[in-house]
Design a protein around this ligand. Structure first.
Ligand SMILES: Cc1cc2nc3c(=O)[nH]c(=O)nc-3n(C[C@H](O)[C@H](O)[C@H](O)COP(=O)(O)OP(=O)(O)OC[C@H]3O[C@@H](n4cnc5c(N)ncnc54)[C@H](O)[C@@H]3O)c2cc1C
Length: 399
């Protein structure tokens, strides 16, 4: 394990830091972004601001930085990607839009797509001219997504798609969807699936937002009724879509783990403890409170080093292992435990909603508490990550 960054990575850091300093929008002092979850549907004004920031980042060449240069990326190394994430966190830079497109769809298409598909879709993913969503889960197929039932039947140059997806994040704003469909109902379940690119504006597509317990509409039900999808929108071979789907999932899990700087909520928790009045001082004066927060800080640092260890492994040319699952599990669990601890600290104040007049620290922690569960489910539940680690890392027998 190597803790030092190479000279190239440090030069990359300097270039990005300088660009961010010159170009980053001024933030509202009481910005709630840090309290945000990945699954929030922002209002129209926020969306426009985010889109403008995304396009500025893209024009500076700072979106999809690890993509190959020929597809509009910078061909950044894994090490540079870590530096990139560190600098985004350091600058408190606003996130970009089209996260699913950038993190999942682009890399999957670069790996599996035809040249025509790459040329057609990839540039508009980077520029966020086309927003993407992920149509995997169905009412009867979540953890076991391979049992999906949405059906595609061939009709000349088209597939005709019928069925329903659920929990589709961002479908209400999406222009395109990566859609898993069953093309051979007779084959074993993993062998009869195909991976399609579906225009969300096609006749027969209906999107219905679902309200989460945070009160926001982050994800949706999506219905497909006789939707015509050109055959040229098939990614990979017909009935071999499972392999493509797994590639996307791998990108999803590693992104969830790599994206999070867990020291940021630790700092916010510290601020909360310092803010909360207790026995004539603040909760921070209590050594028990400080020890709990120090414990979270240790875990957050351990996660950072685990990421670096995996990075060293990848830099040595070894393939990505099941680290995405371990990282995703650890991040979502730590995030949940920190939110619970904040509820303990707040006591009765934990009942105030985000933004309520009497709420401490803008009520960010009650919001976080409600949204923290989402991360333990999205991208594969914690139980499923345990199964993967048990079976593929520890070599335990299947449960
Ligand atoms: C915020 C959020 C955003 C999402 N966005 C998307 C999206 O954009 N696109 C998309 O396709 N999906 C999305 N999902 C859906 C997500 O992928 C599924 O919710 C997840 O895979 C679990 O599936 P399920 O909800 O059907 O639960 P189920 O699979 O029915 O699981 C129910 C419970 O049983 C447990 N369980 C199931 N199988 C096993 C097993 N073999 N061993 C042990 N325990 C098991 C699970 O861990 C869980 O606790 C999103 C979910 C959330 C919460």
């Amino acid at each position: 394990m190597d803790f030092k960054y190479s000279a190239e990575a440090e030069a990359f850091r300097q270039e990005f830091r300088t660009w961010l300093e010159a170009n980053m929008p001024r933030r509202r002092p009481e910005s709630d972004d840090e309290a945000g979850s990945d699954f929030v549907r922002t209002n129209e004004d926020d969306w426009r601001l985010s889109l403008a920031w995304h396009r500025k980042m893209n024009s500076g060449g700072w979106v999809g930085v690890n993509w190959p240069k020929e597809y509009g990326g910078r061909g950044a190394t894994l090490e540079q990607m870590v530096v990139y994430n560190e600098e985004m966190v350091r600058a408190h830079a606003p996130g970009i839009v089209n996260g699913l497109g950038i993190m999942l769809v682009g890399p999957t298409l670069i790996h599996w797509g035809t040249e025509e598909q790459k040329k057609r879709y990839v540039p508009k993913i980077l520029s966020a001219d086309e927003i993407w969503c992920q149509g995997y889960s169905e009412p009867g197929a979540g953890s076991d997504v391979a049992s999906l039932k949405t059906r595609a039947i061939e009709d000349g140059d088209y597939f005709i798609v019928n069925g329903q997806k659920v929990w589709t994040s961002g479908a209400d704003r999406a222009d395109w969807c990566i859609l898993l469909v069953r093309t051979d109902p007779e084959a074993p379940k993993h062998k009869g699936i195909s991976y399609l690119l579906v225009d969300m504006h096609s006749p027969g597509v209906t999107v219905r937002p679902l309200v989460q317990m945070t009160g926001e509409k982050g994800f949706n039900e999506v219905f497909f009724e006789d939707v015509r999808v050109p055959k040229k929108n098939l990614v990979g071979e017909k009935n071999q879509g499972w392999q493509v789907a797994v590639t996307t999932l791998m990108f999803e899990r590693t992104s969830i783990a790599a994206m999070r700087d867990m020291m940021s909520p630790v700092r916010q928790l510290t601020r909360l403890a310092q803010l909360l009045p207790r026995n004539g001082g603040s909760a921070w004066d209590d050594s028990g409170v400080r020890q709990r927060i120090a414990g979270f800080a240790c875990e957050a640092q351990a996660l950072r080093y685990s990421n670096l260890r995996q990075l060293t492994r990848r830099l040595k040319g070894l393939p990505p292992g099941p680290e995405g699952s371990a990282g995703k599990l650890a991040v979502s669990d730590l995030n949940l435990r920190m939110s619970k601890f904040a509820m303990e600290l707040l006591g009765p104040y934990s009942q105030f909603e985000h933004g309520a007049a009497m709420a401490m620290d803008s009520g960010r922690w009650s919001y976080r508490m409600l949204s923290a569960r989402a991360l333990t489910i999205a991208g594969g539940t914690s139980e499923i990550q345990h199964n993967i680690i048990g079976e593929r890392v520890l070599g335990l027998p299947k449960g």
